[in-house]
Design a protein around this ligand. Structure first.
Ligand code: PLP
Length: 432
């Protein structure tokens, strides 16, 4: 066994140096983290172990939609933690029913199952689609269609409908019977759809894939084919949903509703909670014992989620998201005209991608040094997912610093100036 010096973390946790050293020694090697330890947040700002302040335009990867330490969320967390954190799904508590009703109202669908994460919601949605096909006694109706460049999570079912090879291949073999349709390619969808399909999984805006909005033409045809063949049309709104685009759900831009919607990330103010929201005709396939979870939908998480959704409504945050999103996109587009390595600014509301023609990671790292938090997805797309409460002044502050980052960061010589050779990404770009 490798030896490390013994440390005694204080009641408040380890010192920053201890925390980083112990992480290096004891954590599995799944994330490449910068040498920063965050200690607290307030509103749209985070503070690290040296007291340095950061403007957070990533929001914990679309989770912290009300920023940090929002007074309404903090109040409910304190109240519920003093009552009960968990009962078990064998009994009722006061919050699941009202929260399910609100999600049904927001989505226009009928019934809800609560999960602990996005990937678990995807798993449940796929199971529901398979179950519906089996209960309708349609022989061999088990194929699943998903889209190229998709991301749906890390468990086996979710991974099986996630397209990029880098996520899938190390864990093969995955679920059989999954086929990928070229993004926004209606002819390819028509060619691959038939009676053997039980589910079609779609992100209305691809998030991890680089902020690519689905076309209304593709969505409409997907709706028609799913209805025609009796397949479940599943919208993955884990990143794009619950207000992020300035609408309750991103699919509401596209004109018709899916059969099943999955949500997670911002739902419970940072506590783990996801949900599968389904049309009655799919939900009614379930009966006690067919599906379940120990932790999903506990009283603390559900009470906080109700408060989150009520805050979005009471504080007219959808309007703020639309206005701040328009402000950001127009400022970014203006900046893009000054910088020859910005290829495109895309997105809707507060989910925005800035595609570069060069390596994005260098710029995301430089942004962190400049005190703004963003990330890079798909090698050259800088992604912004700021909290719904972001103000016009904070957008201006972000733009000032981001402009400095883009204009003053030099790519290291080891990074090719143009990443045209990223083969997987390029193969995908051709299909658009
Ligand atoms: N689906 C989408 C669109 C996502 O963005 C994510 C996470 O980034 C997931 C699924 C997986 O969710 P989770 O990380 O909560 O399991």
């Amino acid at each position: 066994m490798k030896k490390v010096a013994k440390t005694k973390p204080s009641k408040e946790g380890a010192s920053a140096e201890q925390a980083m050293r112990l992480a290096g020694r004891y954590l599995m090697n799944t994330y490449r983290r910068p040498p920063i330890v965050f200690v607290r947040g307030r509103g749209c700002y985070l503070y690290d172990h040296r007291g340095r302040k950061y403007l957070d335009f990533l929001g914990g990867l679309a989770v912290n939609a009300l920023g940090y330490a929002h007074p309404r969320i903090t109040r409910v967390m304190r109240r519920e933690a003093g009552r009960a954190v968990h009962f078990s799904n064998l009994f009722h508590h006061a919050y699941q029913g009202p929260l399910a009703r609100k999600l049904a109202e927001w989505s226009g669908l009928d019934r809800v199952f609560f999960t602990n994460s996005g990937t678990e919601a995807i798993e449940g949605a796929l199971k529901l689609a398979r179950l519906a096909a089996r209960q309708r006694q349609i022989e061999g109706k088990s194929r699943i269609l998903a889209l190229e460049n998709s991301f749906h999570g890390r468990t086996f079912g979710a991974l099986s409908v996630t397209h990029p090879a880098k996520y899938r291949e190390p864990f093969a073999p995955l679920l059989p019977g999954v086929e990928f349709v070229r993004f926004n390619d209606v002819a390819d969808l028509e060619a691959k759809f038939d009676d053997s399909v039980c589910a079609l999984v779609i992100e209305p805006i691809q998030g991890e894939g680089g902020i690519y909005p689905l076309s209304a033409a593709f969505w409409t045809r997907a709706r028609e084919l799913s209805s025609h063949y009796g397949a479940a049309m599943i919208a993955d709104e884990i990143q794009s949903g619950l207000g992020r685009t300035g609408r309750a759900f991103a699919y509401q831009r596209l004109g018709s509703s899916p059969d099943i919607v999955v949500v997670a990330k911002p739902l419970a103010g940072g506590l783990p909670l996801g949900a599968i929201i389904a049309r009655e005709s799919f939900a009614d396939c379930l009966s006690p014992g067919l599906h379940g979870t120990t932790f999903g939908g506990g009283p603390l998480a559900c009470a906080v989620a109700l408060e989150f959704l009520s805050t979005v409504e009471d504080e007219h945050l959808l309007e703020n998201i639309r206005e701040r999103g328009a402000q950001l996109r127009s400022e970014l587009t203006r900046l893009a005209a000054e910088v020859d390595f910005v290829r495109e600014v895309r997105g809707e509301g507060l989910i925005i991608g800035i595609e570069l023609t060069v390596d994005g990671k260098t710029y995301a790292e430089a942004a962190l040094r400049e005190g703004i938090i963003i990330n890079c997805t798909h090698e050259r797309v800088l992604r912004l997912l700021p909290p719904f409460i972001v103000t016009g002044r904070q957008v201006n502050e972000f733009m000032r610093r981001f402009r400095h980052v883009l204009l003053n960061t030099k790519l290291p010589s080891s990074v090719p100036a143009k990443l045209a050779e990223i083969t997987e990404r390029n193969a995908f770009a051709v299909s658009r």
